[in-house]
Design a protein around this ligand. Structure first.
Ligand code: ZN
Length: 172
């Protein structure tokens, strides 16, 4: 396993639409292992493959690991089958939008169909933080970031801050 560099906004790669995986093979398992290690190292609870520059429809998640017990979830080719009409609001952050947070409203519950680490088809009924996290990560597969839900002004303020905080680029 190895820790990868997480791509941060603004970066066009984050806007790519990720492609479905044909099968969960050795390459995908290595990718998922790397993604999980990268996510833990960055203190996150979810990561999509595109955030480390791989445009595949793969997500890793572990929403409670900072409470002590690691219990990772792996989603390959996830599809949301059902979305609740009820909404909930969480303050969201993103490893690709460092140190920025905003309250985002999303459907409270959702059902997601996916392949797990072993390529088995699964259906998960998610609620609360898990449902929000799944929807946030699935947005990444479509090139969408949580800041896209904010007003133009708020979004541009965040992007300005991100540009300022990025280290100077060296051009050779
Ligand atoms: Zn994110």
């Amino acid at each position: 396993m190895s820790i990868k560099t997480i791509i941060t906004e603004p970066n066009k790669i984050l806007r790519q639409i990720s492609q479905p995986v044909e099968k969960v093979g050795k390459e995908e398992k290595i990718l998922m292992d790397d993604m999980l290690e990268t996510m833990y190292a960055a203190n996150g609870i979810g990561l999509a493959a595109i955030q480390i520059g791989v445009p595949k429809r793969i997500i890793v998640m572990d929403i409670d690991w900072n409470k002590g017990k690691k219990d990772p979830l792996y989603f390959v080719n996830p599809v949301i089958k059902l979305r609740d009409k009820d909404k909930s609001i969480y303050e969201e952050g993103c490893l690709s939008v460092p140190n920025q947070f905003a309250e985002i409203e999303r459907p409270k519950n959702c059902e997601v169909e996916y392949l797990n680490y072993y390529g088995e088809k699964k259906l998960l009924k998610a609620e609360g933080l898990l449902a929000t996290c799944i929807q946030h990560e699935m947005d990444h597969l479509e090139g969408i970031l949580f800041i896209d839900y904010l007003s133009k002004l708020k979004k541009s303020m965040i992007i300005k801050k991100l540009i300022k905080s990025k280290p100077d680029r060296i051009v050779v």
